[in-house]
Ligand binder design. Structure first.
Ligand code: BGC
Length: 790
């Protein structure tokens, strides 16, 4: 290896580009430690702050190349000039790329293989466009359907969100492009996202919000994690050491780098100490100065800076292993994938009288602006300039060549009431054999940086649906939106409803194929559609006040809440119809009694009993029936999408491990299980359980015993060993002759009535029936329970 001064001459003779090229080769041959040892403080500080809006800093002297990052998540949004400083105009000026359906759509496919393919295709486009890291997936939980960015997120369930994120990450990274898991953490609303503190208790954080990230990190190993804008329990996520270092690194052993969300850094020194390696976007003179000063004043240990530099360099070197910017990607192939994904993600919500698929109809009325101008994505940083666009209207016409088509706009997107539009729509509805009513939420309702204020369709859309339904019974409402809407006002008036989400550039063909039965719908909801806004778990605690939003519903997010409270929803989590039927049979478990550490195998047979090929999402839920902490009725712990020919049967196997039965106990700061009954439930949705089995779990967890002189009877009874001791003591007392005589005829259960008094107090009350003085008994009991004197 040549040393750096040898290259001085070359620097003078060759042009800068070539010089950098040579230096890059040089750097490529060094270990990260060697590179860091060559860097001065300024260079180290510079690499921890972006060089531009989309790149890391280029360190010319050492030939450390910049890498390029772009949004994400449902397509590549690479601007022409990646070295620009942040520029709002570039939101809509990116180089064309495939616009896949957004996350709320692909999540409804429940198909990890398919999502992996999307990841691979996005990576191929990154490679073609010279992009090293894509800024996705977004794995924030859907705490409220109002969050303006829900279309970018997968689910209300951490298990589903976690595994779908991992599938996407694995797809992207299999091609040598990095993925970024975002936004870490509790960024579940857009309202005041830069200043709000999400107030979340420890158990909720662990079981819901962190769990989604934990799964994605362990199963996907993303190159990057992006920390969110908001605060968590009063501390900015970008300055939260517990989150970024203790949990992410020490516990989960994450070894990629952490970048900030764009503009999430408030104090570069604090954020570096907490664990944010890279500040984005750059350049940030102020942060640079802060770092330099802190090193000079010895407020920042250089080792902390080095650690961040090493993590960033590691990813830069990984990115360099795949050459980028030299090949084109296959536009048609990716467009076809976008169609396939859209088709597998759409959810058939209602299909009375088997109105779908469309039979041979002479006159088909297509009403609604979105048939010609579909919404393919939401607004904000995820906006992609699509390479192509299928419109439902054109695609439907191609598939029903023998039919006559009538078209009307039906409504305007500004929400203005317009009787003329409605009258014209009713006129064609009367003439038609069937009406396809395309209803889209206007783009301004689903946009990054602010939330919706309601979950309704526009007034003029509701009026249109009701008016058309009054003159034509054969209606299919085709919904085009990225998050749940309420349907109570009109759903009983129409026989057919299909949710097409923000369908991506191939959605037009996908919906046409579904309407005519070329594709059998197989999407299932990855989030609950509530009956009304006031039913949602976070209703009372949203959007928060005084810059704090309290996650008062705790672990009861989404279906966990509706199940527990027995609240009727419009459509439950996991729900979706098909043109065929599936039967569930032969549920079997590896054992009726099992130790948590051994796990459990579950299998079930699924048969397609209908007449057409179809796909089913088989869902496994676990319910813990005996637990000292409050638990949801059921929680998703397994899912698989399978395809079946008519009359075909397949066996689906699930392997459950200890974590699938455990809950997080803040008292012990641990995941724990308890002895007792567990219910395994397998079904078509969280509401439609087709098979279940109750089994017995034996916990191997030895929780530390906290009993002492002042513990209450209840506390003794809650402790496994304590319970045995108290039960035997109680038996002895009850059998005491004096006690029997005295309590004869009394209805009072002394032990029950005394549950919340201190055991020592109770012993004193009963001292006349005891063989020893209470203090002596207490001391023996404590020795027994702790195995030593306490
Ligand atoms: C968003 C991120 C995005 C970044 C870059 C931020 O405002 O929250 O999700 O990746 O901008 O566009």
């Amino acid at each position: 290896m040549r040393n750096f001064t040898d290259l001085h001459f070359a620097k003078l003779l060759l042009n800068v580009e070539l010089y950098i090229f040579i230096m890059i080769l040089e750097v490529d041959n060094m270990s990260i430690d060697e590179v860091v040892s060559q860097m001065n403080i300024k260079e180290k500080a510079a690499i921890c702050i972006g060089g531009s809006a989309w790149c890391t800093a280029l360190i010319r002297r050492l030939g450390i190349p910049e890498i390029v990052m772009t949004d994400g998540p449902h397509g590549v949004r690479r601007v022409e000039n990646v070295n620009e400083t942040q520029n709002v105009a570039s939101l809509t000026q990116s180089i064309p790329a495939t616009c896949f359906p957004t996350a709320s759509a692909v999540a409804s496919s429940w198909d990890t293989q398919l999502i992996k393919e999307v990841g691979e295709s996005i990576a191929e486009e990154c490679i073609a466009q010279g992009v090293d890291i894509v800024l996705g997936p977004g794995n924030n939980m859907k705490r409220t359907p109002l969050c303006g960015r829900n279309f970018e997120y997968f689910s209300e369930d951490p298990y589903l969100g976690g595994y779908l994120s991992a599938a996407f990450i694995n797809g992207v990274q299999s091609k040598g492009v990095g993925a970024t898991l975002k936004h870490y953490i509790a960024n579940n609303q857009e309202y005041k996202r830069l200043t709000m503190s999400s107030e979340v208790d420890e158990r909720t954080l662990r079981e819901i919000y962190l769990r989604a990230f934990e799964i994605a990190i362990k199963e996907g190993k993303p190159w990057a994690v992006m920390c969110s804008y908001n605060k968590l329990n009063g501390t900015y996520c970008s300055e939260n050491h517990e989150l970024l270092t203790e949990i992410l690194r020490d516990e989960w052993e994450y070894d990629g780098f952490v970048m900030s969300d764009w503009g999430a850094i408030h104090d570069r020194v604090e954020s570096l100490k907490a664990g944010v390696d890279l500040e984005m976007p750059g350049p940030q003179k102020h942060s640079f100065k802060q770092l330099m000063l802190a090193i000079r004043n010895e407020e920042l240990d250089e080792e902390i800076l080095d650690r961040a530099v090493k993590r960033i360099l590691k990813v830069i070197f990984m990115a360099r292993e795949v050459e980028k910017g030299n090949e084109d990607f296959d536009i048609d192939l990716h467009h076809n994938l976008a169609r396939r994904v859209a088709g597998d993600s759409m959810v058939l919500l209602k299909n009375e009288r088997n109105i779908l698929p469309i039979k041979d109809h002479e006159y088909i009325a297509i009403i609604g602006n979105s048939a010609k101008n579909p919404r393919i994505q939401g607004g904000g940083s995820s906006q992609v300039t699509s390479t192509k666009l299928d419109t439902p209207y054109e695609e439907i016409k191609k598939l029903a060549k023998g039919s006559t088509f009538l078209y009307e706009d039906g409504y305007s997107m500004d929400g203005e009431a317009n009787n003329e539009l409605i009258d014209r729509a009713m006129d064609i509805a009367r003439l038609a054999d069937i009406v396809l009513l395309f209803i889209a939420l206007p783009p301004y309702k689903e946009f990054e940086s602010y939330d919706r204020s309601d979950i309704n369709l526009l007034e003029n859309q509701i009026e249109l649906i009701k008016s058309v339904a009054a003159v034509q019974p054969n209606i299919v409402v085709v919904l085009n939106n990225g998050a749940p809407i309420s349907m109570g006002e009109w759903i009983n008036d129409v026989p057919g409803v299909i949710q097409t989400w923000l369908m991506g550039q191939g959605g037009g063909k996908a919906i046409a194929d579904i309407l005519f039965g070329n594709v059998n719908p197989s999407g299932k909801l990855a989030e609950t559609f509530p009956a009304k806004l006031s039913d949602i778990p976070s209703y009372i605690n949203y959007p928060g006040e005084n810059n704090k939003v309290i996650y008062g519903e705790g672990i009861f997010i989404g279906y966990r809440y509706y199940d527990k409270k027995d609240i009727e929803v419009q459509f439950p989590f996991g729900y979706g119809l098909s043109y065929t039927n599936f039967e569930y049979s032969n549920l079997s478990v590896s054992s009726d009694e099992f130790r948590d550490v051994d796990g459990l195998n579950v299998s079930i047979d699924i048969t397609n009993t209908g007449e057409v090929l179809g796909k089913e999402v088989v869902q496994l839920y676990v319910g813990d029936k005996e637990c000292s902490l409050i638990r949801p009725v059921k929680e998703l712990k397994g899912f698989e999408k399978i395809e079946l020919e008519p009359n075909e049967t397949k066996t689906v196997n699930f392997e459950l491990d200890m974590r699938d039965f455990a809950y997080y106990d803040p008292k012990y700061k641990e995941w724990v299980t308890e002895d007792g009954e567990i219910e395994i439930m397998i079904g078509k949705s969280s509401k439609e359980i087709c098979a279940n089995r109750k089994i017995n779990l034996i916990s191997t967890i030895e929780s530390p015993c906290n009993l002492d002189y002042n513990s209450t009877v209840r506390e003794w009874l809650e402790d496994k060993k304590g319970k045995e001791i108290i039960e035997s003591l109680s038996k002895k007392i009850m059998n005491n002759r004096d006690f029997k005589n005295l309590s004869e005829g009394s209805e009072v259960d002394v032990w029950k009535a005394a549950q919340d008094t201190q055991l020592i107090f109770l012993l004193r009350q009963l001292s006349w029936s005891l063989p020893l003085v209470p203090d002596m008994i207490m001391s023996r009991l404590l020795t027994q329970v702790h195995g030593k004197k306490k």
